[in-house]
Design a protein around this ligand. Structure first.
Ligand code: GCU
Length: 678
């Protein structure tokens, strides 16, 4: 197979190449190709690659595998597309793959070294060669000189995982890009080609694990008929280095197993899960394991039987044994807790530190509430030294304007990854030995993510899980160059626009540490006035606590004292409004409307100022984008322009509705100089 793919006669390759061209061009403009467009090079970059004249080689020690076949095919596809001609049989510049180098670990690590007449790709495994291939193409797509490449790369996190909140009926919970990409109805017999393009996209950014179904799981996904479907996907994705996981409903032994209980300490329940695991492994030998949401938002769990999270997780861990991993989510809260939702997960989990089995991972959201535009890091990070903790981020923008608002999320994840937990490590250091999960933003829309710029969030997630030290700027730059245009004038304008976009959303939605003010249920648009929902912790007014005297949530000693869950140095810094960064002020403190801010403004004036700057930033994004028309195909340019018009309207909606509400509470005039509402 492998020989065929790279030794095919020139004429055959050329014909195939020409046949490919028109569809590639069409696809480039509807966003389907994501960052893997391999747009033809121009100028000096093209001349360099032409002079290098690449041809693909591999050494005889490299095992013949589907993965190396994919790497070679990808190289040929990418290089030919960037050269705008098929590779020549007699090319001089060898791209030499050595995929079984014993000096390199088999975890996907690779090295790329350029020389006058060769680029050497060394890896300890064929998967490392695939990752190296994508890295090489990424560099070339940005115009790099193949001869001067010098990259050594190793994945920082072993588990780099997407969590799909896709339901088996095709609806995606919190999905804004159409229906689910998984066609359970027709599997296993029919598998959409899109499943391969999906795997390619994931492999290109190092994603190596996928939980295919919603954490609010249907038990029947564990039935034999679904295992067969999942096995087809697992087979298709295996060569791309992707392991499949299933979200498991904790009550499955009752729901589909005919048992009277799902008590994790009941021997019949344990036997049921063991048999279920055996059944799955018979069909999918490298099945990753179970992802579990238990005793949260009404989902069943071990506490229904008076057992702990550790009892529940360990029971499943025993069923999987050494074959797989239980990923147990720490996103738990219930209406019966009357203190502070912020404090619940820590209170339930930290006392269990050291009690989880070795093949259990506890997956913790970046913040203690729920994927808000800005949250301080979750206090569980660093507080469970004897438990494997993994970071959960949300790629789909549930609370950041869905797919219509432009918000590049790398700065948000960078903020949390770099946060010092006060326990002697940053969040990235705590989670790197384990992994990072991202709630996927994919859907059936032609452009996968609902908008062109939301593709950048999928991309950024993978890149950061591979290397959490990458800067948002680097990621934005490489994504934009591959996706739109590598012209420096384009990048110099679009990258700052992307980098400021999330801060703009924070400012026009929830400035100064405000949170959870979105419309109930759908989470789109402002609703700070909602106060009458049955569950107190779902009311926006539970979070802002505004009245005539002030605004904000007191989480210090005089309030709920949730702050005490942070390491002492961090808690001390945030205990005093004066030493609290204004971005967290109303998250931890309740202050008067006249509270003096570092800017010299009062809290009220500062709040108004932040809303205005959020709106102004969106207008500036729209202006920048308008000037970038020469660099982007008309179709994608228009699509982004239209979304920015929606965002400009809705930023004003957020600002004006929020300010009108705060004014109804505090009875104050807008500070002089505030623009009139739209
Ligand atoms: C949020 C989201 C839910 C989701 C939940 C979770 O609350 O709105 O749709 O199920 O998070 O992470 O489990």
């Amino acid at each position: 197979m492998r020989g065929k793919s790279w030794k095919a006669p020139f004429a055959v390759v050329a014909a195939a190449f020409l046949a490919l061209l028109p569809s590639q061009t069409a696809q480039a403009e509807d966003g389907y190709d994501l960052w893997l467009r391999y747009a033809p090079l121009e100028g000096a970059a093209l001349e360099r690659l032409q002079a290098f004249n690449p041809v693909v080689h591999f050494d005889s020690a490299t095992p013949d595998s589907e993965t190396t076949d994919i790497a070679i095919a990808e190289l040929e596809r990418g290089l030919a597309s960037m050269l705008a001609r098929p590779l020549a049989d007699d090319g001089q510049g060898k791209i030499a793959l050595h995929c079984a180098d014993p000096a390199l670990p088999a975890d996907g690590s690779f090295r790329l070294a350029g020389a006058a007449d060769a680029v050497t790709l060394l890896a300890g495994s064929d998967l490392g060669c695939l990752y190296g291939t994508y890295a090489l193409l990424r560099e070339l797509a940005q115009g790099a000189d193949p001869r001067s490449l010098n990259i050594a790369s190793a994945p920082a996190m072993p588990l780099r995982m997407l969590n799909h909140w896709d339901n088996p009926d095709g609806h995606v919970e919190r999905g804004y890009a159409g229906r689910s990409i998984f066609d359970w109805w027709h599997l296993p017999q029919r598998m959409d080609e899109r499943m391969i393009d999906y795997a390619r996209a994931n492999a290109s950014i190092g994603i190596n694990a996928v939980a295919v179904n919603n954490v609010n799981a249907r038990a029947f996904m564990l039935e034999a008929r679904y295992i067969e479907k999942l096995a087809r996907l697992a087979d298709a994705w295996r060569p791309y280095g992707i392991r499949v996981f299933l979200s498991a409903r904790f009550s499955a032994p009752r729901d589909i197993g005919g048992l009277p209980t799902a008590d994790p300490l009941d021997p019949a329940v344990r036997a049921w899960w063991k048999a279920k695991a055996d059944e799955i492994y018979a069909a999918i030998p490298d099945f990753g394991g179970f992802l579990v949401k238990a005793n949260s938002e009404g989902q069943p769990g071990p506490q229904d039987y008076g057992r702990t999270h550790a009892d529940g997780a360990n029971m499943l861990a025993e069923a999987l044994g050494e074959r797989g991993t239980v990923i147990w989510r720490a996103f738990v809260y219930s209406e019966f807790d009357e203190t502070d939702r912020h404090a619940q997960a820590y209170a339930e989990f930290v006392p269990l530190d050291g009690q989880f089995a070795e093949n259990v991972i506890v997956q913790v959201k970046n913040g203690a509430i729920d994927f808000q535009p800005r949250e301080p890091f979750h206090p569980m990070f660093g507080a469970m030294p004897h438990t494997r903790l993994m970071l959960e981020a949300q790629i789909t923008k549930e609370y950041l304007g869905f797919a219509s608002h432009l918000a590049f999320l790398a700065p948000m994840w960078e903020e949390v990854l770099r946060a010092d937990t006060g326990h002697g490590a940053t969040v990235a250091e705590v989670t790197s030995p384990v992994g990072m999960a991202g709630v996927a933003n994919t859907g059936s829309d032609r452009n996968w993510s609902g908008s062109d710029f939301d593709q950048a969030n999928w991309y950024a997630f993978g890149r950061l899980a591979w290397d959490p030290t990458l800067s948002s700027e680097t990621i934005a730059r490489e994504w934009a160059a591959q996706t739109f245009s590598r012209a420096p004038a384009f990048l110099d304008s679009v990258v700052p626009m992307m980098l400021g976009s999330r801060e703009a959303v924070v400012n026009y939605m929830t400035p100064l540490g405000l949170a959870h003010l979105m419309g109930t249920g759908h989470h789109y648009g402002p609703a700070p006035w909602v106060c009458d929902l049955e569950r107190p912790e779902w009311n926006p007014c539970y979070y802002h606590r505004a009245d005539a005297n002030g605004i904000g949530f007191d989480r210090t000693e005089s309030g709920t004292n949730a702050l005490a869950q942070y390491a002492p140095a961090i808690a001390a810094q945030w205990a005093d409004p004066a030493s609290t960064d204004p971005i967290w002020l109303l998250w931890f403190h309740r202050v008067s409307w006249d509270h003096p801010m570092p800017s010299g403004r009062s809290l009220w004036a500062e709040l108004v100022h932040r809303y205005d700057s959020g709106v102004a930033a969106v207008d500036a994004m729209a202006d920048s984008w308008a000037n970038l028309a020469p660099f982007v195909d008309a179709r994608r340019h228009r699509a982004v322009t239209e979304n920015l018009a929606i965002q400009a309207n809705e930023a004003r909606w957020w600002r004006d509705a929020s300010l009108a509400y705060w004014q109804s509470v505090n009875g104050r005039e807008l500070p002089a100089g505030t623009p009139a509402p739209a």
